[in-house]
Design a protein around this ligand. Structure first.
Ligand SMILES: Cc1cc2nc3c(=O)[nH]c(=O)nc-3n(C[C@H](O)[C@H](O)[C@H](O)COP(=O)(O)OP(=O)(O)OC[C@H]3O[C@@H](n4cnc5c(N)ncnc54)[C@H](O)[C@@H]3O)c2cc1C
Length: 318
């Protein structure tokens, strides 16, 4: 049976929810090992990975250098593990999160193999579907025989597996020469909050340029808090400085698939829509009845968002 190495995205304690979705893809390809790179005494993420259905083993790679997820430092260790552990792996997967998109191309370069980016469907062992042209076209790609398949997995395209597993957690070595040219200095504040994670939340409220200012964005946060939703934004809202960049939804932002997406003051440019292609129900609130977002929306409210959002909140209270 083929061997799949899945690289865990985690923050030292919590496993990124995209891993359960990546496992759903990985288990179609073979026997799944999840590698968790972490600092010594910080292996809670291993226990979470061990519970996922379809994971047969968790490889715990503990190293002083792994306290912060620095791609330059992790990539040589991943390449080493992928090539050498028990004879090597046929597949190396990571979720298409910021972490996965950062680290996997470096692993591909070190192994000297091509990468499939944003894998969204497995056709057979070496044939996959992935989006191109901002998600307007789905292309079928075939990885040549004789090399490992490296892929980032589009998490919005897979349903998360359950948590009934009991995989053994084993210590693994990934000795590699670590580069000295990149060092972790600190993490800039990005306005993180206690709200649900944008990439995994079942409900998302997003604001666009129509919201008008950073201060006005409070109205979007308020509605989101009322319904327990994550908050997203269009690139125009991010570029205007209303909200931080990690809230951007779309082609150059986050690809998400919530059950409910409420777009507030967003026109519906194709680069934005590609980020919500797999959303369940789309609700658009826009004062321009001809805005393209209404073509994709399941429900549309035409009107001023500053009138409609408070009315919506009142209706939710009733
Ligand atoms: C290479 C490339 C990559 C890109 N990647 C992304 C991406 O990842 N994500 C993304 O979002 N965009 C992306 N863009 C930008 C994209 O093309 C659009 O410019 C952007 O999505 C527009 O954002 P918006 O809808 O907020 O703004 P606008 O297009 O300006 O729309 C604002 C909307 O708000 C409405 N409005 C204004 N005031 C009110 C009010 N009071 N009440 C109700 N409605 C109101 C207006 O009618 C309008 O429809 C990308 C562009 C390029 C070229």
């Amino acid at each position: 049976m083929s061997r799949v190495l899945l690289i865990a995205d985690h923050d030292g304690k919590t496993l990124n929810t995209g891993i359960a979705r990546t496992v759903a893809c990985a288990r179609q390809l073979g026997n799944v090992h999840v590698a968790v790179f972490h600092a010594p005494d910080a292996d809670a993420a291993c226990a979470a990975a061990a519970k996922l259905d379809g994971v047969s083993r968790v490889l715990s790679v503990s190293h002083e250098a792994n306290g912060t997820p620095l791609a330059a430092v992790l990539a040589p260790q991943i390449a080493r593990l992928a090539a050498a552990h028990e004879g090597g792996y046929d597949y190396v997967l990571a979720p298409s999160t910021t972490f996965g998109k950062d680290v996997l191309p470096r692993v591909a370069a070190l192994l000297g193999v091509p990468q499939v980016s944003d894998l969204m469907e497995v056709i057979d062992a070496r044939t996959f579907k992935r989006p191109i042209y901002a998600g307007n076209v789905i292309t079928t790609v075939k990885v040549p025989e004789g090399i490992p398949v490296l892929a980032t997995v589009r998490i919005a395209s897979f349903q998360a597996v359950g948590e009934a597993g009991e995989a053994p957690i084993v210590a693994a070595q990934a000795e590699a020469e670590l580069p000295g040219h990149s060092r972790y200095l600190g993490l800039a504040e990005s306005g993180g909050s206690d709200r649900p994670d944008l990439q995994s939340a079942p409900r998302v409220v997003a604001g666009g340029r129509g919201v008008g200012s950073k201060e006005n964005f409070e109205i979007v946060f308020k509605l989101a808090d009322k319904i327990g939703a994550a908050v997203g934004a269009s690139r125009a809202a991010v570029d205007a400085g209303y909200v931080p960049n990690d809230m951007q939804v779309g082609q150059t932002g986050k690809i998400i698939a919530p059950d409910l997406y409420i777009a507030v003051g967003i026109s519906g440019a194709i680069q934005h829509m590609t980020g919500i292609k797999d959303a369940g129900c789309i609700v658009a609130i826009n004062k321009d009845g001809d805005a393209p977002i209404f073509e994709a929306a399941d429900f549309g409210l035409v009107g001023d968002l500053f009138t409609l959002l408070p009315e919506l909140e009142k209706a939710l209270d009733a």
